[in-house]
Write a protein that binds this ligand. Structure first.
Ligand code: GDP
Ligand code: MG
Length: 163
């Protein structure tokens, strides 16, 4: 498959919400069931005439640090193997976490384009907060709200530029 955009990030940052918004069909499963590792979800999307496949790599549930680390490896492996562009999602409301830094460390070592998606930047107050994610050491950071759609146009403009 060509033109694959993979969404990675720790649980609960909003990967499935963004996936659903990008594909504009309810395909991803919003999952709170503990202990379940779900299949990846693929959906077709289009922006300014360019078509691409979005992968929601999520569904990994926190059980222990070890499971967390396994989830990181699995998601990053998927992203590295398949993706044309990697969307690394973080959560502006929560702020930067150690797990975000772990993801970033691995993603910085790939030669694929990685965009940091600072999700849950729902309002102007949160627009003041997302800048801390430049500290992850990845050049492009896009504040978005997967809930209300703000910022997703700018993000997609960059995504299709990279395809
Ligand atoms: P995932 O585990 O990364 O797939 O995250 P989900 O898409 O399941 O979202 C986790 C929680 O964050 C849900 O309660 C969503 O409604 C919420 N969420 C997702 N996007 C946003 C957003 O842009 N703003 C806010 N405030 N909440 C969001
Ligand atoms: Mg999910």
């Amino acid at each position: 498959m060509a033109n694959i955009v993979a969404i990675v990030g720790r649980p609960n940052v909003g990967k499935s919400t963004l996936f659903n918004r990008l594909i504009e069909r309810k395909q991803a499963i919003m999952d709170d069931e503990a202990g379940v590792t779900r299949d990846r979800h693929y959906g077709l999307s289009e922006w300014t005439g360019k078509h691409f496949t979005v992968v929601d790599t999520g569904g990994y549930v926190v059980g222990s640090e070890d499971i967390f680390e396994g989830a990181i490896r699995d998601q990053v492996k998927i992203a590295l193997d398949e993706a044309s562009v990697i969307l690394f999602m973080v959560d502006t409301k929560t702020g930067m976490t150690d797990l975000d830094k772990d993801f970033a460390r691995i993603l910085r070592s790939t030669n694929k384009p990685v965009l940091v998606v600072a999700n849950k930047t729902d309002n102007s107050e949160l627009q003041m907060m997302y800048h801390e994610f430049y500290g992850l050491g990845i050049e492009d950071v896009f504040p978005v709200s997967a809930n209300n759609g703000s910022g997703t146009g700018e993000l997609l403009d960059k995504v299709v530029e990279l395809l």
